[in-house]
Ligand binder design. Structure first.
Ligand code: AMP
Ligand code: FE
Ligand code: FE
Ligand code: ZN
Length: 303
C-alpha cells in the first residue's frame, strides 16, 4: 500500500522520497492496551517529545490502541505505524512476531488475537492462584493494574506484587517471584510462528521477528524453521534491540543476508515498566519504506 499518507505532507512535485526528513524511526512500543504504562495518547506524546519522526504501536496481541494513537498524532506531524506484537510459541520457546500494517478488521486476526488474550487471562489467574498460596496477593490486585480489555501478562502481576510491597519494581519481580525457577510460571496458548506469519500475511501485514537473539546466537529460531517462516512471508529481523546479545546480532545479520530479510531496530518501550527508552534503537528510513511498500492491509498515518 506504500507511503501515501506519509507523502501527503510534502509539496508536489516530490523529490526522490526521503524519509530521513521524518526523524528517527522506532518500530516497537507498548501502551497500557497491553503491558506498557502509558496510554496510547501519552505514548505518542512521549514519542514526539523524544523527537521521533515515526513510531510503531505494537501492543501484545491487540490493535485496541490504534485509533487513540492516530488521534493523538493528528496535527503533530509524527507518523504512526500501526502494528502488534503477536505471541507465538515454538515448543517451550516463546517467539514474538512484530506485525505491521495488517488489516485490523481481518477475521483471522480478530479470532486468533481473541483466543490468545483469553488464554493469557486464564493463565495469569492460574499463576496468581499459585503465588497466593505463598504470598499475600489476590486476582483483584492484578486487575487493579490493568485497563479494561488490556492484554494481560506477567508485567501486570509484577505491578501487583510491587503495589503489595512484595517487589521493588517490575524488573525485581521478574528476577524474583515471577522467575520461571520459582515454579509459579506457566505458559499460555499461542500459535506456532509459521501459522502466525501466514495469518499476518493473509491480513495484508508485514511480519518481523522480534528480538530473536535475547538468549544468544545459539538460541535463535533454528535455520530450517527460519527458512519456513521466510517462505511464508517473514519480512525482517529485529536486530537492534537491547536484549539481543552482540554475537546474536552478528548471527542475525548473517541470517538476514542469507535469507534476504530486512533488518530493523527498536526500543521495545514499555513506559516506566522497563528501562528501555524511546529511540534507543532505530530503523533506517529505507526499512520503514520497504515495510510500507510490502503492506496491503493498512497504511502509516502521518498526523
Ligand atoms: P508474558 O507475555 O505474560 O509472559 O510476559 C512477558 C512480558 O514481560 C514481555 O513482553 C516483557 O515486556 C515483560 N518482561 C519480561 N521480563 C521483564 C523484566 N525483567 N522487567 C520488566 N518487564 C519484563
Ligand atoms: Fe511486553
Ligand atoms: Fe517481545
Ligand atoms: Zn515488545
Amino acid at each position: 500500500m506504500g507511503f501515501g499518507l506519509i507523502r501527503q505532507g510534502f509539496a508536489w512535485p516530490l523529490p526522490a522520497y526521503d524519509c530521513r526528513m521524518l526523524g528517527p524511526i522506532d518500530l516497537h512500543t507498548h501502551s497500557s492496551v497491553s503491558d506498557g504504562t502509558e496510554t496510547p495518547g501519552e505514548l505518542v506524546a512521549a514519542a514526539i517529545a523524544a523527537g521521533l519522526g515515526a513510531v510503531a504501536l505494537t501492543d501484545h496481541d491487540s490493535t485496541a490502541g490504534w485509533d487513540d494513537a492516530f488521534r493523538a498524532a493528528a496535527g503533530t506531524g509524527i507518523t504512526i505505524v500501526p502494528g502488534m506484537e503477536l505471541s507465538t510459541r515454538l515448543g517451550w520457546r516463546s517467539v514474538h512476531l512484530l506485525s505491521y500494517l495488517f488489516d485490523p478488521a481481518d477475521p483471522g486476526i480478530i479470532a486468533e488475537t481473541g483466543r490468545i488474550r483469553a488464554a493469557r487471562l486464564r493463565r495469569a489467574e492460574s499463576i496468581v492462584d499459585r503465588i497466593a498460596v505463598d504470598y499475600d496477593l489476590t486476582w483483584d490486585d492484578v486487575l487493579a493494574q490493568t485497563t479494561i480489555g488490556a492484554t494481560v501478562g506477567r508485567p501486570h502481576i509484577a505491578d501487583a506484587l510491587v503495589a503489595r510491597g512484595l517487589a521493588f519494581d517490575r524488573s525485581a519481580a521478574f528476577a524474583g517471584i515471577l522467575h520461571p525457577r520459582t515454579g509459579y510460571f506457566e505458559p499460555h496458548y499461542a500459535p506456532d510462528p509459521l501459522d502466525a506469519v501466514r495469518l499476518v500475511v493473509a491480513a495484508g501485514g508485514v511480519p518481523v521477528l522480534a528480538h530473536p537473539a535475547t538468549r544468544g546466537r545459539d538460541d535463535i529460531v533454528p535455520e530450517d524453521r527460519l527458512r519456513m517462516l521466510v517462505d511464508a512471508g517473514l519480512f525482517g529481523l529485529e536486530v537492534g534491540h537491547r536484549e539481543n546479545t552482540e554475537s546474536g546480532k552478528a548471527r542475525l545479520r548473517e541470517l538476514a543476508q542469507k535469507f534476504g530479510l530486512r533488518i530493523t531496530g527498536s526500543s521495545d518501550y514499555h513506559g516506566e515498566g522497563k528501562p528501555n527508552r524511546l529511540g534507543e534503537n532505530t530503523t533506517e528510513p529505507e526499512g520503514l519504506e520497504a515495510i510500507a511498500d510490502a503492506a496491503t492491509g493498512s497504511s502509516p498515518f502521518t498526523g
